[in-house]
Design a binder for this molecule. Structure first.
Ligand SMILES: Cc1cc2nc3c(=O)[nH]c(=O)nc-3n(C[C@H](O)[C@H](O)[C@H](O)COP(=O)(O)OP(=O)(O)OC[C@H]3O[C@@H](n4cnc5c(N)ncnc54)[C@H](O)[C@@H]3O)c2cc1C
Length: 466
């Protein structure tokens, strides 16, 4: 038997074992290991985010049918007002015990221009619902992140991003907004009209009012070829320049205790579709079980991480861009992410790995390492800076604070700006040092919401200097 077929036989045995473990782990035997809870909806008594780390009990959770109703409801809203999309932010951006808006009924493409490849979309549109209609009009989003339940409003609200050194975040795709203020005023803004509102509202954290429409710069509809494989981390770091130069999208997931990282590469293609591999692991079940074991059984994290990277099934598939970008992420976790000057990425990553390795802190999950192009949105973490995005994760059954407290000062040392939608501990005094247009954003915020109705406790902490 050749070396390769031995490896394949080995892999099949591991896969079978993995399938059995995954099936067992899918049973709700352990806290945090059952089926994910249903997504909360407008009208529910309790709002919670995806990971369950943020919970609140809005007195009114409103779901307007159109802009006129949204404006009227904003005018009549009692107390603090917040707006949520898919509640996929880990930070407390959407928390309120007063009035919460969801724009689930404001969804879809409103208009489009086949010449400029721009489309105006309702802010409540989920990314998962926009790919197929855009394909029909010959357009595609220039980039997307790991998953697609998020709303356009939420993705732009926090500068959500995918990977690719020439590709910006969702905020960088914005060419115009329609905003409804807390007083119910409707403002249309773009680079020519009310430009200061436009620059502030392309990454707004929902602090200016509720954006009802975004005009997005798209590109011609396209297909992607995805390749995902395990490779020694040292080799990936050696090939970093070539990987980023030669591929439209490149990212990798390095583990703390495994020498292997998982690499993902996407490139444009016109070739025929190739489906995903059939032999695939029940990743969610395995991660849920392994995360608990890594936390509770001393010394288990290393062997489990190494087993996970060995179990990894290489992916080689082709399809429409909107079907290729998103992956399944049903094993719930909490996350911290910082965006660093691109050239600082490798040193920062290596310091994080070495620091966690030497500590008592354990995590099963890999880090994620991506590239994002610079933009000119005032509160975008990518403002005038080509960036490298590094994130750390901890399963929801494990206290995330020891890991995140250990890693966050390393991000600061390398000049990191936190992802607004992920967990961090910075306040306005610290954040204002990181954003050249900070005061301009605050001036626009004051103008649009002088009574501070859009500010919850978290937004006060991160935007209002004490
Ligand atoms: C499993 C998972 C995977 C993820 N993958 C990625 C990734 O690959 N890349 C990445 O960058 N991030 C990623 N994130 C983070 C996520 O994309 C962001 O937190 C995003 O903001 C969530 O979108 P949402 O629709 O859930 O918005 P929410 O979390 O509901 O809201 C986010 C912010 O946007 C504001 N907002 C929402 N709608 C509007 C509106 N209409 N008008 C004004 N403000 C509005 C809210 O008030 C809030 O401040 C991931 C999160 C999870 C849970």
């Amino acid at each position: 038997m050749s070396h390769e077929s031995l490896e394949n036989a080995d892999r099949r045995r591991l896969l079978k074992a993995g399938l059995a473990v995954g099936a067992a782990a899918s049973l709700p035997l352990l806290p945090g290991c059952g089926a994910p809870p249903a997504e909360p909806k407008a009208g529910d008594a309790e709002w919670r985010n995806w990971s369950g780390s943020q919970v609140s009990h809005p007195k009114a959770w409103l779901n307007p049918r159109d802009e006129a109703e949204l404006a009227a409801q904003m005018r009549g809203a009692v107390g603090n007002i917040r707006v949520t999309g898919a509640s996929h932010s880990f930070s407390a951006l959407c928390q309120t015990d007063d009035t919460l808006f969801s724009l689930d009924q404001l969804s879809g493409i409103i208009s489009h221009d086949p010449e400029t490849l721009q489309a105006t979309v309702w802010a409540g549109t989920r990314l998962r619902d926009i790919g197929a209609p855009m394909w029909k009009i010959g357009q595609g989003l220039s980039n997307q992140g790991d998953v697609n339940p998020q709303s356009i409003g939420g993705a732009c609200g926090t500068s959500t991003h995918g990977t690719g050194p020439t590709l910006g975040s969702f905020s960088s795709m914005v060419r115009g907004v329609r905003l409804v203020t807390a007083e119910g005023e409707i403002i249309d803004a773009d680079a020519e009209h009310d430009a200061e509102v436009f620059h502030a509202a392309s990454t707004s954290l929902g602090a200016l009012g509720v954006v009802s429409q975004f005009k997005l710069q798209n590109r011609k509809a396209y297909k992607l070829h995805e390749r995902e494989f395990a490779e020694p981390l040292a080799q990936v770091l050696d090939k970093l320049a070539a990987y980023t130069r030669d591929n439209r999208h490149f990212e990798f997931w390095p583990f703390i205790e495994s020498d292997l990282a998982v690499v993902k590469i996407l490139n444009e293609t016109e070739a025929a579709d190739v489906p995903a591999p059939e032999e695939n692991l029940p990743v969610t079940g395995i991660l849920n079980l392994f995360a608990r074991l890594a936390d509770t059984v001393p010394g288990a994290d290393g062997p489990l991480q190494r087993l996970l990277t060995r179990l990894h099934t290489p992916v080689d598939r082709i399809g429409r861009s909107y079907n290729i970008f998103p992956s399944e992420r049903d094993s719930r976790f909490n996350e911290m992410e910082y965006e660093l000057p691109a050239e600082q990425g490798p040193a920062c990553l290596q310091e994080i790995i070495a620091t966690v390795k030497q500590s008592e802190v354990r995590t099963l999950f890999p880090l994620e390492y991506r590239y994002v192009a610079a933009d000119d949105c005032w509160l975008s973490p990518f403002y005038e800076r080509a960036s490298c995005a590094i994130s750390v994760h901890q399963h929801i059954s494990v206290d995330y604070r020891p890991l995140f407290d250990l890693v966050e000062p390393i991000f600061w040392k390398y000049g990191g700006r936190p992802h607004w939608g992920k967990l961090h501990t910075l306040d306005a005094a610290r954040l204002s040092q990181l954003y050249p247009r900070w005061d301009d954003f605050l001036r626009v915020r004051e103008r649009l919401d002088p009574k501070g109705k859009m500010l919850n406790a978290h937004l006060k902490k991160i935007l209002v200097t004490a």
